[in-house]
Design a protein around this ligand. Structure first.
Ligand code: FAD
Length: 366
């Protein structure tokens, strides 16, 4: 099998590795397929999903429903459960054969294990935890105009550049960096769950997606999965929550009361999830699963309430795409107000009970 990652003219199409666990696709797959659709349209190429597992072919249509033109299905009893060795082996075989130009992988625990292993074997680069992706130069410049302070009139850009432009936080989140992989293919990138927006599901596309079996030859693995023990999920699904009430160090004056107010506000808003900033997690007020930000989760709920959170760049990285942001902070110059749709400069211990009372009154008046 002739494979040379430096012969970039041999590579085409946008691929998404679609992760399934026990026969169920991950939400990140749909987010990445939706993002991949955008990239494939920019590149005028096909969007292809790759699905590995055993008895998983039935999932291919769902991938098509979010925009994939084609899905390669690799089925083998050895791929039933994830194992670094067999999955990397299978994925690299099909990549070396079909030569995709771009390969996107979700930054789940599995994706974080699989992506660098494959990148090394495929002799290409990998940009982890991307927050924005572009191929088309005009689209990328639009993004820079909106999201950066770069004076574009002083820079020269190659408008015909078709490299994947992978943007991610750098230097502890103080800067955003765009990384390209101009000399090798595929351009590989991982994206954290919740970062990209899931598109609309289309029944017709789901029905019409081309599904193709692909067979691989797998070596006897050195490591075998003997048993999978699932940790009982404590708490709630933060990434998919529609209402999030987040607490920060600002509740430290009375943590018990602050947490109770946040929970009550989340409840009256309607099944909201209480989460927090890094200091709130580090202080042990919340489980680490509930941290929002660069080193925590990325959320994009309909309503995000920030109580006593200053709005550091690393926190905003995890919540800035929320539809409506309501911030309560005693400091009127707190950066969180820059990201807020509604800002209330005041003491959360006085403001939140009033918010709860007004919501209850509005509900009662309905
Ligand atoms: P503070 O910055 O201390 O802010 C507390 C706020 O509460 C202040 O604005 C204050 O005015 C207000 N306040 C005080 N009392 C009240 C009151 N009674 N009512 C209303 N407001 C009040 N942070 C994250 O959150 N998530 C991350 O994932 C993350 N990752 C990081 C990664 C790196 C590499 C680094 C360097 C930092 C990271 N941080 C992260 C930390 C981040 O830089 C900030 O330190 C953190 O977000 C601040 O949390 P905070 O807003 O709760 O606390």
């Amino acid at each position: 099998m002739e494979y040379n990652s430096a012969k970039i003219e041999d590579f085409r199409d946008i691929w998404v590795f679609c992760e399934q666990r026990r026969g169920k696709l991950m939400e990140t797959d749909f987010e990445l397929v939706s993002e991949g659709r955008k990239l494939a349209d920019e590149r005028h190429s096909q969007l292809v999903g790759v699905l590995l597992g055993y008895n998983v072919k039935g999932l291919a249509n769902e991938i098509g429903g979010y925009g994939a033109d084609k899905v390669y299905v690799i089925e083998d009893p050895a791929l039933k459960d994830y194992s670094s060795e067999t999955y990397a082996d299978a994925l690299c075989q099909i990549v070396m054969d079909k030569k995709p130009e771009v390969l996107l992988i979700g930054a789940s625990t599995i994706g974080r294990d699989l992506a660098p292993r494959c990148a090394a074997r495929l002799h290409t680069g990998l940009t982890a935890d991307c927050t924005h992706l572009d191929i088309d130069m005009n689209k990328y410049l639009d993004f820079l105009k909106e999201a950066s302070s770069i004076d574009l009139s002083t820079r020269k850009f190659k408008m015909e550049d078709t490299n994947l432009k992978m943007t991610r936080p750098a230097f502890g989140g103080h800067m955003m960096a765009t990384i390209t992989c101009p000399r090798f293919r595929p351009c590989m990138s991982t994206v954290r769950p919740g970062v990209m927006k899931k598109g609309e599901y289309d029944e017709v596309k789901a029905k019409n997606v081309l599904v193709e079996d692909y067979s691989v030859t797998l070596k006897d693995p050195l490591v075998k999965v003997v048993e999978i023990v699932t940790e009982e999920k404590k708490g709630v699904d933060l990434t998919g929550a529609e209402i999030v009430v987040a607490v920060g160090a600002g509740i430290s004056k009375d943590v018990e009361k602050g947490m109770a107010l946040a929970q009550e506000l989340a409840d009256v808003l309607g099944n909201g999830v209480v989460a927090g900033s890094r200091p709130a997690v580090e202080a042990g007020w919340l489980d680490h699963e509930l941290q929002i930000g660069q080193t925590g989760k990325t959320v994009r709920p309909k309503i995000y309430v920030a109580l006593g959170i200053s709005g550091a760049i690393q926190h905003k990285a995890g919540m800035q795409d929320s539809e409506t942001v309501i911030a309560v902070n005693t400091n009127p110059s707190a950066p969180i107000f820059e990201a807020a749709t509604y800002g209330i400069a005041g003491d959360l211990f006085e403001v939140v009970p009033k918010m709860i009372a007004s919501i209850k009154a509005a509900k009662a008046a309905k």
